[in-house]
Design a protein around this ligand. Structure first.
Ligand code: ADP
Length: 699
């Protein structure tokens, strides 16, 4: 790597500033000395001048100059010193500060040539104080000293430098006057020359803020990347490059145009011109955005218009939109049927349309001439006609003004509402009202009639009730009156049959027996009639006592034992293990069971009869069923047999005797006990009568 520098010296062996510059750059690259200055002695002019610098500006470099005659000058003193000298800031330095080094102290290393072994140096190498003068720095000081010494003998350095500086100044004036950043870089993107605009973006000194340095670093990276792409992909094409403004961190968009330049001495370099297109891009984006907004707004307007059209078209009533002069702007299909007509339509239709138009226009002009104000609406009735049928169409027109924000009239929207239906409804309503009034009158008169009838019925009911009471009373009285003599007849007959009047001849005994039997039958009838009348008159009050059905049923069977024996039927009982203690009217329950068992015996000719007792503990309901295998009852007679004096066979020639009062009495008794009697039977298949009563009779 040292060879690299020596080669450079050979190549540019006559050019002192160049060799010095290359040396310092080498030092920066290989020894990390980022800031250095080289001063050389110009013997002819008697001056020590700055000829090259790294990390310092050209202006700063010019500050490093001192006449050799000023032996007290720190730089001249350092030149003559045998070893490197440290120049402290401000004190032993003629320059208040060290331009390019800021306030830091500077180390001045004397550069000596071969021919001046006596100790006089030919130049100075200035680096930041503290840089160790070993290895690379030492070596460079030696070779650079020799090189300076060689070149020094070949002419006036000052003259050359002056020329060079003039050219340089001119060059920088030119490139700095260009507002776009311009720079020359090596192929890797490292800055060789840059105008001040480019420096702002790509160069920063250590004194500058951290943020700015970072931005510059980032810009350098971005630029090198872009440059390498340019070189590889399309060298002559302009490219866009996004950089960061180191002063405020904002994005800057550039267009980069790079050209490769070949220099016989410097090798390949790339000149790049950056054109700031940030504003241009922003403006383009703004235009694009505005254009997009415009398009969105346009499509919104279109959608709105379509929606409006859809609404207008979907309304069944005619809608017409007119402008401020009354000219039609828009109308829906129903309107077109009223206000437009085909050219080939008959003249009557044409005339009708004209007349419709005239009516409508005069209605609208009324609104247009009137005072304008927000939301002003006009209502009115217009007589139009159907152009095709000539049928009159009375319409109600409602017109509203559409005003702009500033209150200017832009349009009038009118809706026409067909009033035929409403008128028809009114007519029907009127008819309905008349009919309703009529009906009301009829209802009133009917109600009055009904009231009269009701009153009549009420009176009749009272009369009937009285009659029924009288009948019951009469029956009760009669029965009572019948019983006394009947008992006397039966008593005497019994006595005669018992032989109180001596033995009776057989034929008289036979007739007396008939008297006795008929008398008893009559007594039964009278007793039953008496029972019914007593129940109805409420003269059979409840006699509640405690008893057990398991005892009552056998008792009934014992009582009817003579009849059972005569019948030759098997009569059995099915008692209930958990039969409760009944709290009810024992006599009434017994009477019902006797009656049901008597009927079963009467209407059964063969087979058997069963009396069953059951109890449902949860509902506390007891049931007594009497089931026989007798003649049975057809379903249509099931209700009838419970009515007073009713029998299935009530013909005069009937086979079975009886009054037809037994079941009627049973029904009344069951209901007095809080229960009821039900029947299951079919003709010829026997019958089951069930008495259902609560274990505790209602009070
Ligand atoms: P009757 O005094 O005529 O028996 P009931 O009121 O006790 O009056 O009975 C009315 C009628 O019901 C009877 O005439 C009979 O036709 C019918 N009937 C009653 N019980 C039975 C039964 N167990 N089998 C068939 N028919 C019956």
């Amino acid at each position: 790597m040292r060879l690299e520098l020596l080669e450079y010296y050979l190549l540019h062996y006559e050019d002192l500033p160049r060799c010095a510059q290359a040396s310092l750059e080498w030092l920066a690259r290989h020894a990390g000395v980022r800031r250095s200055i080289c001063l050389a002695m110009d013997g002819d002019a008697g001056l020590l001048v700055g000829v090259a610098g790294v990390g310092v500006s050209a202006d700063d470099l010019e500050e490093y100059s001192a006449p050799l005659s000023h032996t007290h000058d720190p730089l001249v003193r350092a030149l003559t010193a045998p070893a490197p000298t440290t120049l402290r800031s401000g004190r032993d330095n003629g320059l208040a500060r060290h331009p390019g080094f800021g306030s830091a102290s500077v180390l001045a290393v004397p550069l000596r040539g071969d021919r001046h072994d006596d100790g006089d140096a030919v130049g100075l190498l200035l680096v930041k104080a503290g840089t160790p003068v070993t290895g690379s720095v030492n070596w460079l000081a030696t070779v650079l000293g020799q090189k300076l010494d060689q070149i020094r003998g070949r002419g006036s350095l000052t003259e050359e430098l002056r020329k060079l500086r003039r050219e340089r100044a001119l060059f920088f004036t030119i490139i700095n006057s260009v507002t776009d950043p311009i720079m020359l870089t090596d192929t890797e993107g490292r800055l060789i020359v840059a105008n001040s605009r480019a420096e702002k973006l790509f160069a920063a000194t250590e004194e500058e803020s951290e943020g700015r340095r970072r931005a510059v670093e980032l810009n350098n990276m971005l630029f090198s990347a872009a440059l390498s792409r340019t070189v590889v992909e399309a060298p002559s094409e302009a490219r866009e490059l996004l950089l960061v403004d180191p002063s405020d961190g904002s994005d800057l968009l550039f267009e980069v145009l790079s050209t490769t330049v070949e220099d016989p001495r410097e090798g390949t370099g790339i000149v790049s011109v950056l054109r700031n297109i940030t504003d241009l891009r922003r403006a383009t984006e703004q235009i694009e955005e505005n254009y997009q907004r415009l398009r969105v707004a346009e499509s919104a307007v279109r959608a709105e218009r379509d929606r409006l059209n859809l609404i207008i078209d979907s309304v069944a009533d005619p809608i017409i939109v007119t402008d401020q002069s009354g000219a039609t702007v828009l109308m829906n299909d129903p309107s077109e049927e009223l206000f437009t007509v085909a050219a080939e339509a008959p003249s009557t239709a044409q005339r009708t349309v004209q007349s419709n138009d005239a009516h409508f226009s005069s209605f609208i002009s009324g609104l247009l001439l009137g005072e304008s104000g927000p939301g002003e609406i006009r209502r009115g009735e217009i007589g139009l006609m159907n152009p095709l049928s000539g049928e009159p169409i009375p319409v109600e027109a409602i017109a509203g003004k559409v005003l702009t924000e500033t209150g200017e009239l832009t349009a009038v929207v009118t809706i026409l509402h067909d009033r035929r239906e409403a008128l028809e409804r009114t007519r029907l309503y009127e008819q309905l009202r008349v009919a309703s009034d009529e009906l009301q009158m009829r209802v009133q008169s009917a109600t009055a009639e009904l009231a009269t009838q009701n009153e009549l019925l009420r009176r009749q009911a009272i009369e009937l009730e009285q009659a029924s009471r009288l009948k019951s009373q009469f029956l009760a009285n009669m029965s009572h009156e019948f019983r006394t003599p009947l008992n006397a007849i039966l008593g005497y007959t019994h006595m005669l049959l018992q032989g109180v009047a001596g033995d009776l001849p057989a034929n008289i005994r036979r007739q007396l027996t008939r008297i006795d039997s008929n008398g008893r039958h009559l007594l039964t009838i009278i007793n039953e009639i008496l029972d019914i009348t007593r129940i109805e008159a409420g003269k059979m009050p409840m006699q509640v006592s405690e008893f057990n059905l398991n005892e009552l049923v056998p008792e009934v069977m014992t009582e009817l034992d003579p009849v059972i024996s005569r019948s030759k039927l098997t009569v059995t009982s099915r008692l209930c293990a958990d039969a409760p203690v009944m709290i009810s009217d024992r006599q009434k329950v017994k009477q019902v069971i006797v009656n049901l068992l008597s009927n079963a015996l009467k209407f059964t000719h063969q087979g058997g009869i069963e009396i069953g007792v059951d109890f449902d503990a949860s509902s506390r309901i007891a049931t007594i069923t009497v089931t026989d295998t007798g003649i049975g009852i057809a379903p249509e007679h099931h209700d009838k047999i419970f009515e007073d004096f009713r029998q299935v066979d009530d013909s005069p020639s009937r086979q079975y005797g009886g009054t037809g009062l037994g079941l009627a009495i049973c029904r009344r008794l069951a209901s007095a006990l809080g229960g009821r009697i039900t029947l299951q039977s079919r003709l010829g298949e026997g019958s089951t009568f069930t008495l259902t009563i609560p274990a505790e009779a209602p009070q």
